[in-house]
Design a protein around this ligand. Sequence first.
Ligand code: PMP
Length: 384
Amino acid sequence: MSAIPASLPLRNDLIGEEPYGAPQLDVPVCLNVNENPYPPEPAVCDAIAARVRAIAPTLNRYPDREHVALRQAFAGYLERESGARLEVGQLWGANGSNEIMLQLFQAFGGPGRTAIGADPTYSMYPEYARDTFTGWQLAHRNADFTLDVDRLIARIEETGPSMVLLTNPNNPTGTPLPQADIERVLAACEQVQVAGANPGVRPVVVIDEAYIEFRDPGTPSAVTLIGEHPNLAVSRTMSKAFAFAGARVGYLAADQGIIDCVRIVRMPYHLSAVTQAAALAAFEHTDEQLARVAHLRDTRDATAAWLKTQTYKGTPLRVADSQSNFLLFGGCFDHRDAIFDAMLERGVLIRVVGPEGWLRVCMGTDAEMARFREALVESLRIVE
Ligand code: PMP
């Protein structure tokens, strides 16, 4: 609970609000914030230390505001990872994809503007909207959490939003978004007039690919569509598959016009020299950083299969199809908080998120997943 005196002139719309964030508890098994459980290898840690040491004598100066070397590294990585050929001017970095999203809202949202997402989805989106005075609307997903593209397009045509936010794979459900659906939304948005804007102004379609590296190998990423769609923005992060959440590095791939809009609202020198150095070192070791992605996919598939064999009050657990590093499971929990608490008592932190009746777990190491399974079997029994 915060202690904000009534005498402080906090914005009226923020009165009673709480800071967003999952609990950061000191628990043996943390499976609640979709991190990569495998730490950087010692060789990567050494490379980070060496790069940071090398720039330390320059810390009296501001960093490269345009972080050109890092943007080149993003381009090199995306070519390798998704086959997209992008120029430095089509890339942009920030402190986590959280900051990328905020910058997109600062540039394209604002009073009188609306952004549309698809429920259930990432719980930070409404916060970016609130903080930039942007209206926030949700279109509903199908019962299996896939996108109802027709309904979404109808809503977009009705509303004239300035931003459409789609998450691929979605959080908290893990649901993949087929490229054909993205292309339909892009095509529809190319005919939509943004409400209150000059004639011919079209919505920006943001695809949040925070977990995209966990998709089925061979599946395309929306970054391959950038050349054909000037209003497409793809947000990425080093936090998840790249095992670099603590460094806070996210990036945006888009037409240069979008990057130039974001450059208007960014804080000067927003990306510290230390962050840039650490990220460059990590990109020198891309293979090591991504080494566990395939194993985490296997862990996810094995955990999903195991969860489906479990029951709660006689009902088999449901598991949402996931191409991410987490699973939304249950679908039948009448007291999900009690299950969460029982798990926590057993040293396993998961997440109460998503529609009622469901819980989310992210993939840990093999040892952590063994503890998760053990704790869940006991917790389901106790709570029954
Ligand atoms: N998008 C989605 C869908 C997420 O789940 C998260 C983190 N949980 C983010 C963006 C932000 O990640 P980061 O700021 O670490 O890049």
